[in-house]
Design a protein around this ligand. Sequence first.
Ligand SMILES: [Zn+2]
Length: 170
Amino acid sequence: MDDAGAAGLSDWYISETTGSEPQRLRVVGADGNGFRARLVSVGALAPGAVVAGIHSVGVVGRASYRSVQIAENRHIEDIGVLAYLNHSCAPNVAIDVERMVVTAIRPIAAGDELTFFYPSTEWDMAQPFQCWCGAEGCLGWVEGARHVVRDVLAHHVVAPHIARLAGLKR
Ligand SMILES: [Zn+2]
C-alpha cells in the first residue's frame, strides 16, 4: 500500500520453520514506530506456500488498530512482524486463521511486498483508511468486510468467519 521510497532496510529478519524451507521476510522502511513499513519476501514463493507462522499471545474480544480477527468474537494481538503486512485490494497472501499461518495465494517473486486483503479477516475495522493500492477494483475506503459488496468479497480468499458473516457460499 505504501511506498517508503528511500527509507533503509531494517535489520529485522525472521526465520520461520513451518514450511519445508525456512522463509525469510524483511521489514522495509520502518521508521521507528512501524508506520509506513512494509513486509517483503526475501525469496520467491509459490501459491500455497506457508510464508510465516502466527505466534500471537494475545486474544481479545474486540478489534484494535493492529489486531487480526480470527473468529466472530476473537481478535489476536501481538502479531509480531505480521503487523507490517499491509492491505492490498489485489493481495498475494492470505491469513489462514484455522492453521494460524500466512500462505501465498499468488506467485511471489523475491523482493515483492507481501500484502493481504484486510476484509478477508476483518468484519468491522477499528481504524478504517483510504486505500491507494491502485489495483483494478480497489475498494477505496477500507473498513472491513461488513462494508464490502458480497460479489466483491466472493472473489477473495476470506476466513471462515467472514464467509459466514457475509453469507457467502463456500
Ligand atoms: Zn485498494
